[in-house]
Write a protein that binds this ligand. Sequence first.
Ligand SMILES: Nc1ncnc2c1ncn2[C@@H]1O[C@H](COP(=O)(O)OP(=O)(O)OP(=O)(O)O)[C@@H](O)[C@H]1O
Ligand SMILES: [Mg+2]
Length: 344
Amino acid sequence: MISSLKSEEQSQLQLVEREDIEDEEDLFESIDKLISQGINAGDVKKLQDAGIYTCNGLMMHTKKNLTGIKGLSEAKVDKICEAAEKIVNFGYITGSDALLKRKSVVRITTGSQAFDELLGGGIETLAITEAFGEFRSGKTQLAHTLCVSTQLPTQMRGGNGKVAYIDTEGTFRPDRIIPIAERFGMDPGAVLDNIIYARAYTYEHQYNLLLGLAAKMSEEPFRLLIVDSVIALFRVDFTGRGELADRQQKLAQMLSRLIKIAEEFNVAVYMTNQVIADPGGGVFISDPKKPAGGHVLAHAATIRLMFRKGKGEQRVCKVFDAPNLPEAEAVFQISSGGIVDAKD
Ligand SMILES: Nc1ncnc2c1ncn2[C@@H]1O[C@H](COP(=O)(O)OP(=O)(O)OP(=O)(O)O)[C@@H](O)[C@H]1O
Ligand SMILES: [Mg+2]
């Protein structure tokens, strides 16, 4: 009896509350609203087919992009943009309004209090958080923990939302989600149902998966997008110096999609990155490693975190670059229940 009561409570816990969804609806304006501004439904459908589901998302495309959509002439695109501008404000706002907008930022717990404090409360929505560091330093384990904690109610430092997971390395383990969900007192089956997962095999596939997300995110409340790792396929699909410029350009396009998703849907983007040897690091640096992706990646990430191994199960996270966080470190630990505070 008690156990069945408990499981009922647990399934309550993971349920994304309906009122919250309604509250959040004014975050973005559905592309359907263009119809009330005189755009015909057929043209709206063409936008949706191209992965544009909100007026906010529409304004993140250049006219060149939009006229590239089959069946949309320049004149039509102009009319569509004019109509969208009547629905959403894309001009200046006051500083106070900007502050109000920042209030919609949700911070999602990492599972470790020390780690959360380092981040000013957790992984933020409306931003890209990048984790790089040596192998086995906990980047993917944090991704798994966030898959669960994002679904916690906001009063419990969660995001009250669903999770999208793009896996380029084949290291997502759904069975890892189960003990992590149990640790947070949630129903593992329901938690798994609220994660959408895709394995990407080429950088093009990875990009197309991102395009497909707009449709899902405009329909259901997502709070987290994981890309583990963002760079791996680029390093495979482009080889040698000769292709570097092309690679960086394609990478920049992908990263630009990521930040747009974060801002369009108030989602936290958590992406992992690999480290590469840094021959320029000099002989005096014992372990010369730097994040891959060069300046393109450095500029795209809002918050850059460097992970390294500590003693035993302990791991250390250092804030490498962030607009409003001090350069400090936190020690955490990897447990069967995911990321936790270090024991000593
Ligand atoms: N159930 C578990 N309990 C405790 N520790 C675990 C558990 N599962 C994995 N780990 C630890 O997590 C570490 C692996 O971390 P993770 O896979 O996040 O590394 P990573 O930074 O993503 O590495 P890579 O660069 O290879 O992708 C291993 O050291 C492993 O011991
Ligand atoms: Mg990994």
